[in-house]
Design a protein around this ligand. Structure first.
Ligand code: DLL
Length: 432
């Protein structure tokens, strides 16, 4: 089943010309409404008029996450605040997170995109959807929610956490669809097992998973534990949120990128050079229809490869392979994106610490864990109030990590010069 037959099965030449037309419109708009773009296009000596084809896009400068942060909170909006009806944001302290605005039409577009994804998964208005993506500033919960309502399905706005209650609802309400991060699905399966619940006996038929990397063996594990078909959903909050790309039931080898709304390029992350379609590289997205926060050539940091072979589902949109690697040091912990620099920013604000730390990421059961070791200063070590002071600092770090980044960390303070100055700041023991 296809939600929007006209656009999702458009012949490739028609998609390409629609993209160019929409691109020219959005370039004109951002150049005249967003100071950042005017400055960056002028610095690159390029005018919207110079872009006559997709190939011309290489003349345009990239926009990066740093630009988003530098323009925190609303500096990149291209509409007045009175036209913005929703704000989402990434985690982080002031100036280190990014804010994403949506107009009424953006919410419409986003809901339509999610509706496409749900229909690609065979979901109809007769389904009950258990949505365990986090609601709030994270785009997963509300993003999926509006799309699910759009197709007339019944949505349970579960959000994350509280596994026992989730399992109770899964048993009592009989949802046929579950949406969450793949690791949370495995966690629910483990909890179910511990409670003696046979997850295969639930009414679930299909699962939509995303927001973090997962591989084929995790897919197999989830499908076996729940007796469902598991599909991959991709998106970035900067660009619009979930719903940029979705695996279809028929193909199951990559996610269709909705090219009437986004242009995707593949670049060499080191040089920025545009690579031929089908090469492995960093994906760069341009929004064609977004009103509040259009992005021109946004470097996602996600490494993937485009698949151009026609898909048997009939959709003509290019597919992307599952994302397992990044070009930068961003970490995804329980679906939350964090950078070591954001942890560093929390630590430098706390007196008595040295800037030396080590982050160790692992799994406890199915869920990610984060251990943080931080060196204390010589002064704190020699102070008489020692142990109490240390406990206070530890508690403060745990609290700030939770408050600003949304991460539950286990923190250990260590003596000065314990952590090798040259040693890795991040040790990621997880395997994808
Ligand atoms: O994770 C949006 C989302 C919500 C996607 C629900 C899918 C489902 P951010 O928090 O901005 O947005 O994180 C975006 O997460 O750049 C990827 O690195 C990673 N990511 C998202 N989906 C997938 C996926 C949401 N299916 C970042 N596979 C992206 C692998 C994914 N990585």
């Amino acid at each position: 089943m296809i939600y929007n037959e006209e656009f999702e099965t458009m012949p490739r030449e028609v998609i390409k010309s629609l993209q160019v037309k929409r691109l020219q419109q959005v370039l004109e708009r951002v150049y005249h409404t967003v100071g950042f773009y005017k400055k960056s296009f002028d610095a690159a000596k390029v005018k919207p008029d110079d872009i006559k084809s997709i190939a011309d896009m290489k003349k345009l400068p990239f926009i990066t996450r740093k630009d988003l942060r530098d323009n925190y909170p609303f500096g990149l909006f291209s509409v007045p605040m009175s036209s913005v009806v929703r704000l989402h944001a990434s985690s982080g302290t002031s100036g280190r997170s990014a804010v994403f605005g949506y107009t009424k039409r953006d919410i419409e577009t986003w809901s339509d995109l999610i509706a496409r994804c749900l229909v690609a998964a065979g979901i109809t208005k007769n389904d009950i959807i258990h949505n365990a993506f986090g609601y709030g500033l994270f785009t997963g919960g509300l993003g999926l929610h509006y799309g699910a309502e759009k197709i007339g399905a019944s949505v349970i706005p579960m959000s994350g956490g509280n596994a026992k209650r989730q399992i109770m609802i899964l048993q009592d309400f009989g949802p046929t669809v579950i949406c969450c991060t793949p690791s949370y699905a495995l966690h629910l399966a483990e909890e179910g097992k511990a409670l003696g619940v046979d997850m295969k006996s639930l009414k679930l038929r299909v699962g939509i998973f995303g927001a973090e990397p997962w591989n084929k063996s995790t897919r197999d594990e989830i499908e076996k534990a729940f007796g469902i078909t598991a599909l991959d959903l991709f998106g970035l909050s900067e660009v619009i949120g979930p719903g940029m790309a979705m695996e279809c039931l028929e193909g199951r080898n990559g996610m269709h990128i909705f090219e009437d709304h986004f242009i995707v390029e593949t670049i060499n992350p080191q040089t920025g050079e545009v690579l031929p379609e089908g090469s492995e590289g960093e994906l760069v997205f341009t929004t064609l229809t977004k009103e509040a926060g259009p992005l021109i050539r946004y470097r996602s940091g996600d490494i993937s490869r485009l698949i151009t072979e026609p898909c048997r589902c009939g959709r003509s949109h290019v597919k992307m392979e599952r994302v397992l690697k990044r070009s930068d040091d961003m970490l995804i912990i329980r679906g939350i994106n964090i950078f070591p620099s954001q942890i560093e920013a929390i630590l430098v604000d706390i007196e008595g610490l040295q800037p030396n730390y080590q982050i160790i990421i692992d799994k406890v059961g199915a869920l990610d864990s984060l251990d943080l070791q931080v060196e204390v200063s010589d002064k704190i070590c020699s102070d008489s109030g020692g142990v109490k002071e240390l406990q206070k600092i530890e508690k403060r770090i745990v609290k700030d990590m939770k408050d600003y980044l949304g991460i539950a960390a286990r923190v250990k303070l260590v003596q000065p010069n314990t952590l090798q100055k040259t040693g890795a700041k991040v040790i990621d023991k997880r395997r994808y």
